[in-house]
Design a protein around this ligand. Structure first.
Ligand SMILES: Nc1ncnc2c1ncn2[C@@H]1O[C@H](COP(=O)(O)OP(=O)(O)OP(=O)(O)O)[C@@H](O)[C@H]1O
Ligand SMILES: [Mg+2]
Length: 291
């Protein structure tokens, strides 16, 4: 019997379910580099080309939610953070989604709005008695939605806390998933402090890779608000980003008025100014990460 078992091992435990949703997070703990603008624009571009796309506003500041013209979720109502912490008794996460209308992406783009309760998420994840919740909480909460979407795009907060750990873990290369299908995009500026910020983020990513024995694809940098008139600091920093090579620079987005105007009128960029240079840059990034 023993021999027979040795010769006929049971099939490998089924590899972790690979769902249809590709998971792209936009992260950098440095504030104001364009995580929100670029993640929203890229999600619009993905949806415009027919992908069912879900945008997650994972920043308690709720910039993306407000910029897309939606109210934040009330502090006592069910929210993503409460779902992650197992604090919701009734109702599904799906009930919180709102459609983003306008532009050619209509009917393909949805938003999970932010709630200020996410300010407490790091502390609550830190003290939770559930093992590994710090890493797995986002994945567990979003899993029921994955079948309904081709892409899940996460706008991360400017932090290196546990919220960021759980977001980085969520975009890991799952077993059976092709490399670079999911991963992190890092918006940066062309200046020295952005390079220091990247070193810290890179360290956090490497720590997770080692601790959890996982693969994390860094899909690329987006050098945002680039203005060569700023002189040597801007041009030499851009060269430095390009020289890294892996991850590559996905796009250079100039400092332009359209993004700020779209924010002012609370409209998605690709509906407000669909043919502007910035909208084209968002489509380029979307093509490069979805190709
Ligand atoms: N290419 C651009 N040209 C001009 N303004 C831009 C551009 N990209 C973003 N902005 C503006 O810069 C500001 C910061 O951008 P954004 O909110 O996307 O950064 P963020 O990294 O998400 O910030 P935070 O760390 O606070 O979440 C916003 O007012 C945004 O409208
Ligand atoms: Mg932001």
């Amino acid at each position: 019997m023993r021999l027979w078992l040795d010769e006929h091992p049971s099939p490998r435990p089924k590899a972790q379910r690979v769902t249809g949703a590709r998971r792209i997070i936009f992260g950098n703990q440095k504030g104001g580099v364009g995580k929100t603008s670029v993640s929203a624009g890229v999600a619009q571009a993905l949806a415009e080309s027919g992908h069912r796309t879900l945008l997650i506003d994972f920043d308690p500041q709720g910039h993306m939610t407000k910029q897309l013209g939606h109210p934040l979720i009330e502090i006592d109502s069910p929210s993503l953070a409460k779902h992650m912490l197992g604090e919701v008794k009734d109702g599904a996460l799906r009930d919180l989604l709102v459609p983003i209308k306008g532009g050619d992406f209509e009917d393909h783009l949805w938003l999970l709005p932010a709630c200020k309760d996410a300010f407490l998420l790091d502390a609550k994840l830190a003290t939770s008695r559930f093992v590994r919740i710090k890493e797995t909480a986002l994945e567990k909460a979003l899993e029921p939605l994955e079948h309904d979407f081709d892409f899940i795009v996460v706008d991360c907060p400017p932090s290196l806390g546990y919220s960021m750990d759980t977001a980085i873990y969520y975009c890991r290369t799952r077993e059976g998933e092709e490399e670079d299908t999911s991963g992190i995009v890092i918006p940066v500026l062309s200046e020295d402090s952005s390079a220091d910020a990247y070193d810290m983020l890179e360290e956090q990513i490497q720590d997770l890779i080692e601790d959890m024995d996982i693969g994390i694809a860094q899909l690329g940098f987006v050098v945002n608000m680039y203005d060569s008139r700023k002189g040597y600091v801007a041009t030499s920093s851009l060269e430095a980003w390009q020289k890294i090579g892996e991850p590559p620079v996905l796009a250079i987005v100039p400092e332009l008025k359209d993004q700020r105007e779209a924010v002012r009128v609370k409209a998605p960029l690709l509906a407000h100014a669909p043919y502007c240079e910035q909208a084209e840059a968002m489509r380029t990034i979307a093509r490069r990460i979805s190709g």
